[in-house]
Design a binder for this molecule. Sequence first.
Ligand code: 2AM
Ligand code: CA
Length: 269
Amino acid sequence: MSGSIISENTLQSVISIVKEASSLMVGKGYEVFEKDGFANLVTSSDIAVQEFLTGRLSELLPGSGFICEEEDFHDTSKELIWIIDPIDGTANYSRGIADCCISVALAKKDEGPVLGVVYSPARGELYSAIKGGGAFLNSKPVHVSDRPFENGIFCCAMSTYRKEFAKTCSDIIYDVHMQSNDTRRWGSAAIELCLLASGFVELYFEMRLQPWDYAAGALILSEAGGCIASFDGKAPSLYAPSLVVAANTPGNLQRLLGIVHDHMDSLPY
Ligand code: 2AM
Ligand code: CA
């Protein structure tokens, strides 16, 4: 438990709200739209889940602000800010692939994420954490694995929206792939960070993620004993896009970041 507002009760309320919101994802028809080009999809479910969550979460914590993926719903002036991806893995969702989830973080302005919930109804997985209270998968505590880099499974992506960075991504991915066990691309950053938190995989890299992709997953991972950083080795920003590396141990994180730095002197955006 951290502070008086972020209690186990708050977490349980957020979990109930997120589960209720998921009924807008499952068992219903939906429309698919393109936004900012053919690679970037949004469905009517993304919009419906976001509207439901913003309504219910502002009732839960009156006066809190929001950073959400859809429809520029941004208000970062408040002390407590909800960072929401109504559906992370929309491309998977729109094809009926199970690897998609609702991602909700609550951040304190000067402290970063203090609560995180990632719920994938189709996978039957609910990950949660409160800062200082450990991380859980379906109410059972989870922890990162202790596998060395060489035995690590590496999650990554090729910069879906900004294809101009794909060649650099592929060079980084090749180097990590050659030094580790194998490579995966699930299509939901939040789920991948939670799989790292739960000890299923060990290494993670994406060139450019948005705060709603990683805010909840970052807290769940840290609370599970893992580490996450941006290009400069510091915590990824909650207010701007970030390169994200994550790993099960500080040593593996530094080695991964070293490979990233071998291919980039500075961030290309
Ligand atoms: P999104 O579904 O919320 O947009 C980083 O890999 C992020 O890119 C994912 O968390 C997912 O976030 C998005 N993504 C994954 N696969 C994608 C695809 N095939 N097309 C578009 N966006 C994708
Ligand atoms: Ca999304």
